[in-house]
Structure formats: structure tokens, C-alpha cells
Write a protein that binds this ligand. Structure first.
Ligand code: CP
Ligand code: NVA
Length: 309
């Protein structure tokens, strides 16, 4: 069993479902005003190379609510890879704190931190994956219907959020349709990783260049920004490429029951219309809330000895 939470594909369906069950329990307790102190005295270091609202607040608040504490590390202060090697940063942090949440450009950097640390490393988003988001999305879907009976459709850029949804679907045996331009398909390694997992779980993962084909009859239609953090120079070109992939009323005409999902931050009237984002079918603030609960479950999962959960 890995000590880290770098990718949902590192865990079995059973383990992900156990984390989901705990996230649901933590959501119920939180909403009842209860704050179980399961991580009392524990410290999480948080390292952000990219901006964040949701990930920062939910990890810091989550640690505090569980009786622990979080420290924010700034990249210009710590300088992993410039001031100090990943190896030394990982070895030092392992002597002081109980876990690290890192948001980095390079996925390889979180992998290196995990290799050298003796404490758990949690992936808070890299260029390749966003596994904590996928767990919150699983919880959000589960609150509407049984995830393995749902048809989820992702429309837009084949990015870190899409990659983690693909791996989640592959592990759990979900039905997922992905619609991206040919030029922005999810990377081959994600599909290669997903294929054998899907073979085992019975997941049905389908890609199309045609958003209309993918969306038809779906239960959930998910989109994300066309320009991820670090791609700002490409924003203008991307607006043109992705224009046919906007999630709007017309696109959803063939999925009348579909709920609308977005990890946020959203670029209103680009990848999604405000009408849908703010409408009755939107689950976006549920997703944002569930970051808190899902990540508390992940924090307990990696920080507490097995059997204490
Ligand atoms: N969805 C998400 O990860 O949001 P932040 O970038 O604000 O953390
Ligand atoms: N794909 C987006 C997700 C933001 C939470 C990005 O990487 O910027």
C-alpha cells in the first residue's frame, strides 16, 4: 500500500470506496457541527508553485477542523530545485511534519518528493493529474446517484482534471465519455494506464472529437478551463480551438437530465455559460464543498495508522 496520494490509480476500487465512505461520514459530521479531532497534534506542510483558492483553503481548514495544523510554504522561500534539492527538502520536512501537500508544475517533482520523504506526500495538482479533485467529484456524483451506474461526460481540454477522471473511472468501473479536439486528447500514457484497469473493473471509457456525440444521454457533463495554469501564453489560440466545446444550453439539449460539473476556477462564457454554472443543474459548489470532506478523508487515510480509521 503506498504511503502517498499521488494518483487515484495507485489505489484499488475498494480503497477509493473506503475513502469515499469516510468522506461522506465527515460531510455528515461537518454539517451537524461536529469536528472529530482525529489529527490532533499533526502538521501538514503545503507547498504551492501555482495559485489556489480551493485547495489551499480546504487543506488548511481541513487540518484545523481535524485538530491539526497546516503550514504554508512559499516556493520563492523554499526553492525546491533551485535553493535546495527535492531530496533535501523531502528529508528535512520528514523530520518535522506529518505530511506534505504539494501543487507543482512538474509531476515528476511530487514523485521525487514521495521517493525521498518518509512522510506521505499528497498531490494537490500537477500538470498531469489532480487526484484530490477527482475524489471530491466522486463524492459529488455519489450524492446524486451510484457512480458506477452513471454516465459521466468530460468536454474540453484533455488536461490534468480530465486525466484524473479517466483514471478514477478506470479503477472504479465507471462509464466515461471524453470529448476533446484531436490535438488536445488526454496523453497516451493516461489511456495506456487506464486500459488494463478498465479491463479489470469493467469501466467503459470512450473518446470522441464530437462533443454532441459524447454528451447525448449523459447524467453528468463536466468541463474545465481551456487554459490551465502555466499555459497563459496559449490562451488566445486555445479560445479558438475549444470554441465548439463550450458547455451551453444547446450542447445539453441532448442530455436533458444532465447535471453540470466544473472544478473551478471557471472562465464564464468561455468553457461554460453563466446560465448553466448558476443554474439548477449545477453541482459546482457541491464539488467545491466536497474538496473539504474528501481531502479530510485522504489526510486521515495517509496520516493515521491503518486500523485507526
Ligand atoms: N479546483 C481547484 O483545485 O481549485 P484551486 O486551483 O483554487 O485550488
Ligand atoms: N486544469 C486546471 C485546473 C485548475 C484547478 C489547471 O491546471 O489550471
Amino acid at each position: 500500500m503506498p504511503k502517498d496520494f499521488l494518483s487515484v490509480a495507485d489505489w484499488s476500487a475498494d480503497e477509493l470506496l473506503q475513502m469515499l465512505a469516510r468522506a461522506q461520514e465527515l460531510r455528515r459530521l461537518h454539517r451537524a457541527g461536529e469536528r472529530p479531532q482525529t489529527l490532533q497534534g499533526r502538521t501538514l506542510a503545503m507547498y504551492f508553485e501555482k495559485p489556489s483558492l480551493r485547495t489551499h483553503v480546504t487543506f488548511e481548514a481541513g487540518m484545523a477542523q481535524l485538530g491539526g495544523h497546516a503550514i504554508l510554504l512559499r516556493p520563492d522561500q523554499v526553492g525546491i530545485g533551485t535553493r535546495e534539492s527535492p531530496l533535501d527538502v523531502a528529508r528535512n520536512l520528514s523530520r518535522w511534519v506529518d505530511g506534505v501537500m504539494a501543487r507543482t508544475f512538474s509531476h515528476d517533482l511530487v514523485v521525487q518528493l514521495a521517493e525521498h520523504a518518509t512522510i506521505p506526500i499528497i498531490n494537490g495538482l500537477t500538470d498531469l493529474l489532480h487526484p484530490c479533485q477527482a475524489m471530491a467529484d466522486l463524492q459529488t456524483i455519489a450524492n446524486v446517484m451510484e457512480p458506477r451506474e452513471a454516465t459521466l461526460c468530460y468536454v474540453g481540454d484533455g488536461n490534468n482534471v480530465a486525466n484524473s477522471l479517466i483514471l478514477l473511472a478506470a479503477v472504479l468501473g465507471m462509464r466515461l465519455r471524453v470529448a476533446t479536439p484531436e490535438s488536445h486528447r488526454p496523453p497516451a500514457w493516461v489511456m495506456e494506464k487506464a486500459e488494463p484497469l478498465a479491463g479489470e473493473s469493467g469501466a467503459e471509457i470512450f473518446w470522441s472529437e464530437d462533443p454532441g456525440e459524447a454528451v447525448a444521454g449523459s447524467d453528468f457533463v463536466y468541463t474545465d478551463t481551456w487554459t490551465s495554469m502555466g499555459q497563459e501564453d496559449e490562451a488566445e489560440a486555445r479560445r479558438k480551438i475549444f470554441a465548439p466545446y463550450q458547455v451551453n444550453r444547446d450542447l445539453l439539449a441532448s442530455a436533458p437530465q444532465a447535471k453540470v460539473m466544473h472544478c473551478l476556477p471557471a472562465h464564464r462564457e468561455e468553457e461554460i455559460t453563466s446560465e448553466l454554472l448558476d443554474g439548477e443543474r449545477s453541482l459546482v459548489y457541491e464539488q467545491a464543498e466536497n474538496r473539504l470532506h474528501a481531502q479530510k478523508a485522504i489526510l486521515e487515510w495517509v496520516m493515521l495508522p491503518k486500523g485507526a480509521q
